[in-house]
Design a protein around this ligand. Structure first.
Ligand SMILES: [Zn+2]
Ligand SMILES: [Zn+2]
Length: 105
């Protein structure tokens, strides 16, 4: 009852096949709309949230090495490379429990 359909991807403009099987699947799920995007583009969008953000290069405030950060570095804000950042996190984590104990007393 379903026939393969050729659709045009909204994102890349490529034609893709909306197969009879997929149409059946869509109907079984109660989806009323046809897919707007080809599979690679759909996968891309699905993974978009997990994909690394655009990285900016800056100079690490601690070691002077290259730091890659997911935000645009500002002059008034220290930037650390991933190594120094990890070290600082470790130091913070090591200090945190002691501070909490103090607060509890
Ligand atoms: Zn596409
Ligand atoms: Zn560094």
């Amino acid at each position: 009852m379903f026939e393969d359909k050729t659709l045009v991807c909204k994102d890349c403009g490529e034609e893709f096949v909306f197969s009879a099987r997929e149409q059946e699947f869509y109907e079984s799920k109660g989806f009323v709309n046809e897919p707007l995007r080809c599979k690679p583009c759909r996968d891309k969008r699905k993974n978009a949230g997990k994909a690394p953000r655009e990285m900016h290069e800056a100079t690490c405030d601690a070691c002077g090495g290259v730091a890659r950060v997911p935000f645009i570095p500002r002059d008034d804000r220290p930037v650390y490379c991933s190594e120094c950042f990890a070290k600082m996190k470790e130091a913070e984590a090591a200090e945190a429990p002691a501070a909490e104990e103090e607060a509890a007393e």
